[in-house]
Design a protein around this ligand. Structure first.
Ligand code: NAP
Length: 264
């Protein structure tokens, strides 16, 4: 095989952008996380598929290994420090190091402010903001030790502007994640670590389908300059770029990927 060339659908081993890297993808068993896990693995990374649902994590990791890609499943609740520490231990046991952390797991509710309970507010903040904080805190010491690391936080167009679907808690959590991205990027840049946020618009996943009617989805699509939903693999492609050697000068950035729905 020639270096960097594609053979059919297969990328040659020499051409893989992330050969030898180890990645954790939270919420990696379905939707955007699954798309990211696949693209990272296709580019040569060994992937820990981390999800709250252990059976789904196992199935996703099996789907990767069936394609002769390297993956290990792990059950994690990113809102619990102990569970996150255990996930890191399992990653180190399986792969000896951690190069890449994708903080992808997230939840979304449409509840309007007047109906929003404190519990639901806290639930969203815990998964969408506290989770990425706990995972970053647990993983970054091992990246510092190696003088190399890539953290990508999956925020949302909601974080850059305001959510079309989600409530105030969703927008606040995703805007908070952009702040976390910048602060951690500044602290960790001297250690060879970059930290960036990806801000998707409406992507074709279970979350998007569960929270909209068909009519709403069609109306959204009709309003987008690029008239379709985004695909999980397209988020994966952007994440691969941010994790690659081509992106060493990008840190603290919030990158939009939304079919032109939000242009700022
Ligand atoms: P999804 O299909 O609902 O997948 C999210 C995954 O995260 C699920 O596997 C879920 O497990 C897991 N998860 C939830 N809570 C967790 C926890 N505490 N610990 C570990 N894993 C947990 O969502 P998606 O659409 O792929 O979204 C992925 C990310 O992209 C989210 O952060 C979301 O906010 C963001 N995003 C999505 C869109 C979109 O249009 N889809 C747009 C912008 C941003 P269970 O299902 O078993 O609970």
């Amino acid at each position: 095989m020639t270096s960097g060339k594609k053979e059919g659908n297969k990328i040659s081993i020499e051409g893989r952008k992330l050969k030898g890297r180890v990645a954790i993808v939270t919420g990696g068993s379905r939707g955007i996380g699954r798309g990211i896990a696949f693209r990272l693995a296709e580019e040569g990374a060994r992937v820990l598929v981390a999800d709250i649902d252990s059976l789904n994590a196992k199935k996703a990791a099996e789907a990767l290994t069936e394609k002769h890609l390297e993956a290990v499943p792990v059950q994690v609740d990113i809102t619990k420090e102990r569970s996150v520490d255990e996930m890191v231990k399992i990653a180190l046991k399986a792969f000896k190091k951690i190069d890449i952390l994708i903080n992808n797991a997230g939840i979304m509710f449409r509840t309007r402010l007047q109906d929003l309970s404190l519990k639901e507010w806290e639930d969203i903040i815990k998964v969408n903001l506290t989770g990425p904080f706990l995972c970053s805190k647990a993983v970054i010491p091992f990246m510092k030790r190696n003088g190399y690391g890539r953290v990508v936080n999956i925020s949302s167009s909601a974080g850059r502007s305001v959510s079309t679907l989600g409530g105030a808690h969703y927008t606040a959590s995703k805007a908070g994640l952009l702040g976390l991205t910048r602060a951690v990027a500044k602290e960790t840049a001297p250690f060879g670590i970059t930290v960036n946020a990806v801000c998707p618009g409406l992507i074709d996943t279970q979350m998007a389908r569960d929270t909209t009617t068909k009519a709403e989805l069609n109306a959204f699509i009709d309003s987008f300059p690029i008239k379709r939903l985004g695909l999980p693999e397209e988020i994966g492609d952007l994440v691969v770029f941010l994790c690659s050697q081509k992106a060493t000068y990008i840190t603290g950035a919030s990158i939009d990927i939304n079919g032109g729905d939000l242009m700022i």
